[in-house]
Design a protein around this ligand. Structure first.
Ligand SMILES: C[S@@+](CC[C@H](N)C(=O)[O-])C[C@H]1O[C@@H](n2cnc3c(N)ncnc32)[C@H](O)[C@@H]1O
Length: 282
């Protein structure tokens, strides 16, 4: 198991990834019964914490399907990714990207083929950005990489080992649904799409066709209030803007710094303040 633990880190490049904040986040997670991560994205926190009992969720079907395939069919997935790696070129990228334009033929693909496509596109598209147009078609352009890492077999095997040897319930849907039967003593880490920081940089809110606007942020805060009343501890990440600080003013707020892209195309990275909100004293 130790051999796998070393490799246990995200396979996806995912907007707002929490890998670099793990040293801030992990020590602040209190003892708990079951771990919940309802906006799983790249899964950096889950894979850093390695809980034995967890519920993970995202409403991105392609992402969730890929985690299930890593759990159930890692070797077949690695094989298909190796084929994508051998064929990789700009034309090939656009050919694979276009598969979802025909819903009838797309539905005929196996879950393993869909997962290999999702991971291949994620590793080769511009900034690993997951973006779909109004028809739900993946439309991020090809990235400019000399030698993109399309398959990391050891990492896929490590995640497979973790997901298949622990009690990890993988769900796809709205975050509220995933929390429906939560019990006192559980712990939730929320990493929702961020509120755009005040400088107008909205690169972290474009995950899917559905935006996560102010109303949805308020709805999430109401969910946090209900969890608190129920005896469930939570931690929540978000951008450090006036709206979020005001919304969570009755909770503990810590400011941490994360290295983020300034804008989608500049490739420049700067330190940006983010908040960690908790309903317990750290
Ligand atoms: C900030 S990302 C999570 C980043 C992740 N924690 C990491 O470390 O890479 C937010 C995620 O929430 C998902 N999402 C957005 N709205 C959602 C909703 N209503 N219910 C569940 N998931 C949602 C997006 O698909 C995206 O994967």
């Amino acid at each position: 198991m130790e051999e796998f633990e070393e490799k246990l880190s995200p396979v996806f490049k995912w907007g707002g990834g929490k890998r670099q904040l793990l040293t801030e986040i992990l020590p602040k997670i209190p003892p708990h019964t079951r771990y919940y991560e309802p906006f799983i994205g790249g899964a950096a926190v889950l894979l850093g914490l390695k809980p034995e009992y967890a519920v993970i969720n995202d409403f991105n079907e392609e992402l969730v399907n890929t985690y299930k395939v890593i759990r159930d069919n890692p070797e077949e997935l690695i094989q298909l990714l190796e084929q994508h790696r051998e064929n990789n070129s700009v034309d090939y990228f656009y050919e694979i990207r276009a598969w979802d334009r025909n819903p009838e033929t797309y539905a005929l693909l196996s879950n393993i083929q869909k997962a290999a496509r999702t991971l291949y596109l994620n590793r080769t598209c511009f900034n690993g950005l997951y973006r779909v147009n109004s028809h739900g078609f993946f439309n991020t352009p090809c990235g400019k990489y000399k030698n993109p890492e399309i398959v990391n077999a050891e990492r896929i095997r490590a995640i497979h080992e973790y997901l298949s040897s622990n009690r990890i319930d993988i769900r796809c849907g709205d975050y509220k649904e995933a929390l429906k039967y939560i019990r006192p003593g559980a712990f939730v880490y929320f990493d929702p799409p961020y509120m755009p920081p005040e400088n107008g940089d909205d690169t972290f809110t474009q995950y899917t066709v559905d935006g996560f606007d102010e109303e949805r942020q308020k709805e999430l805060k109401a969910v946090c209030d209900r969890l608190t009343a129920k005896g469930v501890k939570f931690m929540l990440s978000n951008s450090c803007c006036g709206f979020i600080k005001e919304l969570y003013k009755d909770y503990h707020i810590e400011i941490v710094q994360a290295r983020r892209n300034i804008s989608a195309d500049s490739g420049k990275r700067i330190l940006i303040d983010e908040v960690l909100v908790t309903n317990y004293e750290v």
